[in-house]
Design a protein. Structure first.
Length: 643
């Protein structure tokens, strides 16, 4: 028979070993999800009823299997998945009780009498979803009254027993014992390793005693007392140490093995070496030596060891020459232990300037690395490295205009995290600059309709080539300007709404002045495209979403900041900076809007950048999508360091 304790313990084991479930609980229905920090999905067990009939006990159980949706998850889709997964988990319980016997290994004959599943949506205070499994389980029940915990109850008398058989471990000793009789086994005889014997009681653990052994050498010296059985049944006798008189030679010779001392190495005074037997007297031989000059001339021959170990060399007459063999000084007589004075050297440069320097003196050329030098006659050629070749472009750095952060991921937070940092090339070819005098003739042969070829198109043209080898400030990822039809639009080369992006990353434009890449389409968070407190998409939530989003195959995005007002956007509400009306694609059909920035004066009052040809539309921002409103759409555009 099983108890409710057994049922609770078994369901705990089921949850601990199930891949889907995380938390187990039991009690009343009101106890479901009482913990604020519960890990989901959970299984909660409620014991609703017990009944007895025809040798069976019936347990009625309600089992809640529930999950908690993610804040950003679609509710309907989550409920569908939660109910489906929870129902499969409920079926795992039914199947294991009926046929599996993996976890639910209760009494033999346990069966599922009935089971039903009810889908649950938005249950408990945490808005959970899943299923309720109502299951009825029958277990055998014997109505056993023989062992009741009552004073009048006496356990039944056992029946007559058959004789018992006593057998030792290898069946070499067997005896039959009458039921109820007492048998005393005889003692056994143990013979120790040293031959001594003793009688001991059987069926009791016995440890053989180890006799003390002595290891003795041929002189009768005791080398070691062995008082316990050695590991592995082997006894290691220590080696015999062998050394010389000053302790510079030490070796351990294996006991019982003949040891041959190695030869010694004898080095004579002339440097010749040979092996000599050890423990033999040695007499070093004197070798005649010659004292030569650096030119190979023999100055003296010493055929025997000089008295007092001192040999006096006669004064010499020498010639001093440089490495080319040119004589600097000749006919100099000097004692071997005196200095020789040599005339100074002269150094003349290509301009004829002569510098007098002491002979055999290092000449230092300051601030120059010498790679090699050569001499031809009296001319020395010194080679130095060539100047490094400039490469790379140094882009203009930008930074947020406000140095206060109100939430993680806003402009100042990104700035402090290094998102604005840029390491310029060590030796750049040039720094990116604008050509404010650039006109239409610099980008197209035929001017836009109704315009002149001398109409300025700054700030869209660079002074120097960009990374693609042209002077367009804005290009797609293949280095192309916009392929929009020119018509009367002198800014068609930066009209990215009409660009095909063929072969390039869609809706991604590089600013070759700052090195930033921009999304020219508004960002979507699911179906949300706008700043709207009504749908819960607040400014702080957008900052968090931008920090973790992967968009256009890039993942290192940051929000726009007010420095972008004079950059890619060209806000139409500021006529003095107007130049690119259709750089971005807003949600509104008239392509009007307001940019969400990462800069704010509080946790909600962010600074927008307006982009509209109607100055009245900068009065306020809202969710309006109709051109009949004097409001603008607050769309989200983002940027990242491209270079």
């Amino acid at each position: 028979m099983i108890s409710f304790n057994n049922i609770v313990d078994t369901f705990q084991t089921f949850v601990d070993n199930h891949f889907f479930l995380k938390t187990f609980g039991y009690g009343s229905q009101e106890d479901v999800d009482q913990e604020k920090n519960t890990d989901f999905p959970l299984l909660h067990l409620v014991y609703t009823q017990g009944s007895y009939q025809d040798g069976l006990k019936n347990y009625s159980l309600d089992i809640y299997i529930l999950d908690l949706p993610n804040d950003k998850e679609d509710k309907v889709s989550f409920q569908k998945e939660a109910i489906s997964d929870s129902e499969k988990c409920a079926e795992d319980i039914i199947n294991d009780i009926t046929n599996g016997f993996n976890i639910f290994t209760w009494a033999a004959g346990t069966t599922v009498q009935s089971a039903s599943i009810t889908p649950l949506e938005e249950e408990t205070k945490n808005t959970l979803a899943g299923v309720l499994l109502s299951i009825s389980i029958n277990v055998p029940y014997t109505y056993d009254a023989c062992e009741l915990p009552l004073i009048p109850v006496t356990p039944s008398t056992p029946s007559d027993c058959l004789p018992a058989t006593y057998v030792n471990g290898d069946s070499s000793f067997t005896i039959e014992i009458v039921s109820g009789a007492t048998y005393t086994a005889p003692n056994i005889t143990v013979t120790q390793a040293d031959g001594s014997t003793s009688s001991i009681v059987p069926n009791v653990n016995f440890t053989c005693a180890f006799p003390v052994l002595q290891a003795i050498n041929s002189n009768g010296d005791v080398l070691e007392d062995i008082t316990s059985y050695p590991a592995g049944g082997e006894i290691d006798i220590a080696d015999t140490p062998i050394t010389n008189s000053d302790g510079s030679f030490n070796v351990d010779a294996p006991s019982g093995v003949e040891y041959t001392a190695p030869d010694i190495n004898l080095t004579q005074v002339n440097g010749t070496a040979a092996d000599a037997p050890s423990l033999q007297d040695i007499v070093c031989a004197w070798s005649a030596i010659r004292i030569n000059s650096s030119g190979g001339i023999t100055l003296a021959t010493v055929s025997s060891f000089p008295a007092g170990a001192i040999y006096t060399l006669a004064d010499q007459t020498v010639k001093i020459a440089n490495s080319n063999g040119t004589a600097i000084e000749v006919g100099i007589n000097y004692a071997n232990d005196t200095d020789v004075l040599v005339s100074d050297s002269t150094l003349e440069d290509s301009a004829g300037t002569i510098l007098t320097l002491p002979t055999v003196r290092q000449i230092i050329i300051p601030n120059t690395v010498v790679t090699s030098a050569s001499v031809t006659g009296t001319l020395m050629t010194i080679n130095v490295p060539s100047a490094s070749t400039p490469s790379g472009i140094c882009y203009q750095n930008t930074s947020p205009l406000f140095n206060v952060s109100y939430t993680t991921g806003d402009s100042q937070s990104a700035y402090e995290a290094g998102a604005y940092d840029r390491t310029p090339p060590t030796h750049p070819e040039f720094a990116a600059e604008l050509n404010y005098l650039a006109d239409q003739a610099d980008i197209r042969v035929t001017p836009a309709t109704g315009t002149s070829g001398t109409d300025l198109v700054s700030p869209t043209i660079l002074k120097y080539n960009n990374a693609f080898g042209n002077k367009l400030r804005f290009t797609d990822t293949e280095g192309n300007g916009s392929d929009a039809t020119v018509g009367s639009n002198i800014w068609a080369h930066v009209d990215w709404n009409a660009h095909s992006f063929t072969g390039a990353t869609d809706n991604y434009v590089i600013d070759h002045l700052t090195g930033y890449g921009y999304s020219v389409t508004y960002l979507l968070d699911g179906a949300k495209f706008n700043l709207s407190t009504a749908n819960g998409q607040t400014w702080a939530l957008w900052m968090a979403y931008i920090a973790g989003v992967t968009y256009l195959s890039y993942s290192d995005w940051i929000p726009l900041d007010l420095s972008d007002m004079r950059s890619a956007h060209g806000p139409k509400c500021m006529p003095q900076t107007v130049w690119a009306d259709d750089f971005f694609n807003f949600e509104r059909s008239d392509n009007r809007g307001s940019f969400l920035t990462g800069e704010s004066r509080s946790s909600t009052l962010y600074y927008p950048i307006y982009d509209s040809g109607n100055n009245d539309m900068v009065v306020d921002t809202s969710k309006a999508t109709s051109s009949g409103f004097q409001d603008v759409i607050v769309n989200v555009f983002i940027k990242r360091k491209h270079y």
